[in-house]
Write a protein of this length. Structure first.
Length: 120
């Protein structure tokens, strides 16, 4: 399984990668790290990851814009939005994009429950 982590903060990408490695080490073959929405769209097109962990707030292209472009390429893409902004309007927008899951950075451990059925 190939996981793409998209966040404009290197430390957050590292935290997410370590969390996933600790829980799903045997199932995950590789990670793709992207620091922008533009890079995520390009890397998705080239590498076709099994799952994308996408930050919402990034410079230039937001996580929602990148998610929309990825979903246009592959309507079955598995994308989990990770954000500090845990508001009903953001959750609603995520649902409209048919993402696989939504995780607040305040409760990152919730990512395990979302990823388990995808990775296992």
């Amino acid at each position: 399984m190939k996981i793409m982590i998209v966040d404009d903060h290197r430390d957050m990408r590292s935290v997410l990668k370590n969390m996933i490695e600790l829980s799903f080490a045997e199932a995950v073959d590789s990670f793709i790290e992207c620091e922008s929405g533009e890079e995520a769209v390009e890397q998705f097109r080239e590498q076709h990851p099994d799952c994308v962990i996408m930050d919402f707030q990034m410079h230039n292209m937001t996580g929602f814009e990148a998610t929309q472009k990825i979903m246009e390429m592959d309507g079955k893409a598995k994308i989990v939005i990770v954000t500090s902004y845990d508001s009903p309007s953001i959750k609603s927008k995520a649902e409209q994009l048919h993402v696989t899951g939504f995780v607040s950075k305040d409760n990152l451990s919730d990512i395990y429950h979302i990823l388990q059925p995808i990775i296992q």
